[in-house]
Design a binder for this molecule. Structure first.
Ligand SMILES: Nc1ncnc2c1ncn2[C@@H]1O[C@H](COP(=O)(O)OP(=O)(O)O)[C@@H](O)[C@H]1O
Ligand SMILES: [Mg+2]
Length: 346
């Protein structure tokens, strides 16, 4: 069991990322944290394995305040999976998975045979073990990320947007795989996503966060859909439960706004869109000049679902619009997309 008791995280610059969070994640369940970008999901997750420590309040794992446990020891019991898998590029797939067993003092042979078992568990053929991460598809890399996180057989698994970078079809396959695995392994899983469909599909309980790091509602998926706690949750989950029908509404009613772009990352205190010489978006340059690759794109004239996804997943809060040649055409704001969706619901 994981428990947040009055947990607040205030960063040095004054940003309140998580505000007075009270929440219990039951053992052996998949709990999903969902909400738009910047609402404190990642920060909440990282306070569990002490990559971030709270400013106020207490996080408990199995009744024990995590601040009283040495981080390396704590993390042996907590697997961590991130977007783009975060694999070591210069190690083979098998050695990537064997990393944690090796660190915990297993012999090389034993660690590798455990790694081979795990690859099978996550549905990957054994031959892939000899390859390097770059030789795998996005979906395969995510499976390797999951296998690696499971290597030490931790009771707790933290997953931060693990499937967000793969296409929707592969993503559904990975979700099914996770549900199958969980039926077998019975871990305590906290899964972060910005995608309400994904949240509702895999979560036994879903925590909806809003801007300012505030927990808006914590309930089983069906209850969220039937009895949203407020207007924010209602519009986020889709009032008429017709969120999927958004694929039939086009995004032409959403105003595309101009935005400045840059050709090289630079610390500017804000988010700037990085483009190449052909004005094709490359990613976002963050406030401190670090780059978040990829970048929340959707194609002009596409379905509004794509526009919403783009805006909600973007680190800057702006979805990036590209033309049919993949060139930058402008940005959209999530609240505008939501307004258009609302007007369609009438
Ligand atoms: N190291 C940091 N310093 C200052 N602000 C931060 C830091 N990390 C995150 N934030 C801010 O805290 C808020 C929550 O961030 P995060 O937990 O990453 O949100 P999410 O995962 O929901 O997108 C955002 O406003 C973000 O910009
Ligand atoms: Mg995040």
């Amino acid at each position: 069991m994981i428990e947040f008791r009055g947990v607040t995280k205030r960063f040095d610059d004054g940003t309140i990322a998580v505000n007075g969070l009270d929440l219990v994640v039951e053992a052996g369940t998949i709990t999903v944290f969902v909400g738009p970008s910047g609402c404190g999901k990642t920060t909440s997750l990282r306070m569990v394995n002490r990559m971030i420590d709270p400013t106020e309040g207490t996080v408990l794992v199995d009744g024990k305040d995590v601040l009283t446990v040495d981080p390396p020891k704590l993390r042996l019991g907590i697997g961590y999976v991130i977007q783009q898998a975060g694999l070591f590029p210069h190690r083979t797939v098998l050695d990537n998975v064997a990393t944690v067993p090796l660190l915990s003092g297993w012999s090389k042979a034993k660690a590798r045979s455990r790694a081979a078992e795990l690859l099978e568990l996550v549905g990957l053929p054994a031959e892939l073990g000899k390859r390097y991460p770059v030789q795998l598809s996005g979906g395969q890399q995510q499976r390797v990320g999951v296998a690696r996180a499971l290597a030490a057989d931790p009771p707790v698994l933290l997953m931060d947007e693990p499937f967000s970078a793969v296409d929707p079809v592969v993503r559904e396959g990975l979700q099914d795989e996770l549900l199958r695995l969980q039926a077998e392994l019975d871990k305590t899983i906290v899964f972060v996503t910005h995608d309400i469909d994904e949240a509702v599909r895999i979560g036994e309980k879903v925590a909806v966060f809003r801007e300012g790091g505030i927990l808006a509602q914590y309930a089983p998926p069906a209850e969220l859909l039937v009895r949203p706690a407020d207007d924010f949750v209602a519009s986020f989950v889709g009032k008429d439960r017709g969120y999927r029908s958004l694929s039939f509404v086009d995004a032409s009613g959403v105003e595309v706004l101009p935005a400045e772009t840059v050709r090289a990352p630079a610390a500017s205190g804000g988010w700037q869109l990085l483009v190449d010489a052909e004005r094709r978006p490359q990613g976002w340059s963050g406030p401190d000049g670090t780059v978040v690759p990829g970048g929340s794109l959707y194609e002009q004239g596409g379905a509004i679902r794509g526009a919403l996804d783009a805006a909600l997943s973007s680190p800057s809060g702006l979805g990036v619009v590209v033309d049919t040649d993949g060139r930058f055409a402008g940005v959209v704001e999530a609240h505008q997309v939501l307004d258009v969706i609302e007007s369609h619901r009438g």
